[in-house]
Ligand binder design. Structure first.
Ligand code: PEP
Length: 251
């Protein structure tokens, strides 16, 4: 059975103190509660170890938002998968459209990052999704298939079965424009169908596929009620504990 996952992406927000306060508040709001989904918070690198130490990581897993595409060595400013793992984090968000657009992440780089994440025991949340131009041209399925073909579809079936996918149409990220429930469901169903064609029906049924893009407390329940939507990757609405908790409660 695949997992439902609600994952927050804090992006470059919150000082260490603010991040610790947010994580602690969320942790307290989940005390005595068993959520119907896995809960993940994706913090900046500098928060990882402190946040992991301050919360119940059996209830809230911690994610990095990136890792280096190298193992270790003379790569000033980079943070490796092994370093992230050593903080107590267990997930990493990879391939976010902001990293592709602003930091030039290519399929080749992402393929290395996914492989290193898996080799170091981190669960990748691999992001894909099209621009508005591509959506308007109605070529989003081909575009997303190509993103997957060039990165995670060349993993072994065993490795592939350890990751989660987040479909995040770029036009819905941080814009307040959510994909309609039908648009999100259609794309996630398509992604599941191409996973089935590549890796077989069992792996496709067991892969958690999330929707991301202006998901919030108001629209989460309807999105999560769809058969192929296994949760959300949440940006803005993960920055307040009450808002994020309301999304968790949508399951
Ligand atoms: C994101 O960037 O992963 C995201 C989904 O952001 P938002 O929820 O703010 O649209």
């Amino acid at each position: 059975m695949r997992k439902n996952i609600v994952a927050g992406n804090w992006k470059m927000n919150k000082t260490l103190q603010e991040g610790l306060a947010l994580a602690t508040e969320l942790n307290e709001s989940l005390a005595g509660v068993t959520p119907n989904c896995d809960v993940v918070i994706g913090t900046p690198f500098i928060h990882l170890a402190s946040v992991a130490a301050a919360i119940d990581t059996n209830k809230i897993a911690v994610a990095a938002q990136n890792i280096a595409d190298k193992d270790s060595g003379a790569f000033t400013g980079e943070v490796s998968a092994a370093m992230v793992k050593s903080t107590g984090a267990s997930y990493v968000i990879l391939g976010h459209s902001e990293r592709r657009e602003y930091y030039g992440e290519t399929s080749e780089t992402l393929n290395k990052k996914v492989t290193l994440a898996l080799a170091n025991g981190l669960t990748p949340i691999y992001c894909c999704g099209e621009s508005l131009e591509i959506r308007n041209a109605n070529t989003q399925n081909d575009f997303v298939k190509n993103q997957l073909d060039e990165t995670i579809f060349n993993l072994s079936a065993d490795d592939f079965s350890k990751l989660a996918i987040a479909y995040e149409p770029i036009w819905a990220i941080g814009t307040g424009v959510t994909a309609s429930t039908a648009q999100a469901q259609d794309m996630l169903q398509f992604i599941r169908s191409i996973i089935a064609a590549k890796f077989g029906a069992d792996i496709a049924q067991n892969t958690s596929i999330l929707y991301g893009g202006s998901c919030n407390a108001k629209n989460a329940a309807e999105l999560f009620s769809q058969p192929d939507i296994d949760g959300g990757l949440i940006g803005g609405a993960s920055l307040k504990a009450a808002d994020f908790k309301a999304i968790i409660d949508a399951f």
